[in-house]
Design a protein around this ligand. Structure first.
Ligand SMILES: [Zn+2]
Length: 330
């Protein structure tokens, strides 16, 4: 009897060893497959290729375009607009933010990126955001002196012209070298969404920014490094700040209560530029926040999120290329 018991214990140890060995083999195979997948099939850009974050953007979206930072020169265009590339902080990537205008006609467009000795072409299919189906009546503010006629007149003749002039300018260098941040500590939509149409009497005005919840006196932050290029109390937009971030990117903050920076001042990402309020045509305190990218009217929250995407790994791309050339695979 005891002999038999010993034997079965030995058997158990043996089968446990077999089991352990089997687990180890399984683990090694999984690890090897993961490595193979990472090197060969995961998206790691070729050093001569470009990375485009989306080939099917919606109106108002932002596309991220990246290429190898070691290339001496990169340029590009999309629908007659020039792409502005800048270097990532560690110089490993050239990055361009391409804003898809809210009113661009849906359909197929060509994106061209020129790197030394080669032009890379990609087809971009812009999808409709169906902004047309969203009509909301503007709040009546006749008690504040804004009849429909006065409000429309203010927007077209007084407030928009100076802002359009500012946004037309192009600073060829970037004040920033990294992702953009949000203008408030807590970001919550309230009021009009991006791209929707506001009915003001017989007029329809497209809301080309976003309304964010901000009780009177909430701190507003610069979304990235830049220069304050506009600071005025406008008739409809109220106390307004515009920051030029360089490369055609501007951020706009409307209906503010108080300015904490001066026109011409350089600001850093996260600096308090002032406090929120309800100046101008506003039914209550909130922050109307907009971004313009090379003239394109884009969803500011989508833009900020896009800039925070993980950049592609071009260093890994170089390792992959070296490995493939070593294996003699093209
Ligand atoms: Zn608004």
């Amino acid at each position: 009897m005891p002999k038999k018991k010993k034997k079965s214990a030995l058997k158990r140890v043996k089968s446990f060893k077999k089991y352990l060995f089997f687990l180890l083999v399984l683990f090694a195979v999984a690890l090897f497959s993961a490595l193979l997948f990472f090197v060969f099939w995961s998206y790691v850009p070729d050093t001569e290729d470009i990375y485009v974050s989306s080939l099917n953007p919606k109106q108002g979206d932002t596309i991220l375009i990246e290429t190898d930072g070691q290339l001496p020169k990169v340029s590009g265009s999309f629908d007659d607009k020039t792409l502005a590339f800048f270097h990532s902080k560690d110089n490993s990537i050239w990055i361009a933010y391409l804003g898809i205008d809210a009113d661009i006609k849906p359909g197929k467009y060509k994106l061209y990126v020129s790197v030394p000795g080669k032009v890379i072409e990609k087809e971009i299919n812009v999808i409709s955001s169906n902004f047309q189906g969203t009509e909301i009546a503007a709040p009546s503010l006749e008690n504040k002196g804004y009849t429909e006629k006065v409000a429309i007149n203010n927007i077209i003749k007084k407030d928009n012209p100076p802002l359009s002039e500012i946004i037309k300018t192009f600073t060829p260098t970037a004040y920033f070298d990294g992702p953009f941040a949000y203008p408030l500590k807590e970001v919550k939509k309230s009021g009009f969404d991006f791209g929707g149409f506001i009915k003001l009497g017989s007029f329809l005005i497209q809301h080309l920014g976003i309304d964010l919840k901000a009780p009177e006196g909430t701190e507003i932050y610069a979304i990235n490094n830049g220069k304050v290029v506009f600071e005025k109390n406008l008739t409809n937009y109220g106390k307004t700040i515009v920051i030029d971030h360089g490369l055609g990117i501007f951020s706009l903050y409307l209906h503010m209560d108080k300015f904490d920076v001066e026109q011409g001042q350089d600001v850093k990402k996260g600096d308090v530029i002032g406090l929120s309020g309800s100046t101008g045509y506003a039914a209550g305190p909130h922050l109307h926040f907009s971004i313009r990218d090379n003239g394109s009217r884009i969803d500011p929250l989508v833009f900020i999120k896009s800039t925070q995407e993980m950049p592609s790994n071009y260093n890994l791309g170089r390792v992959k290329k070296l490995f493939l050339s070593w294996l003699n695979i093209k």
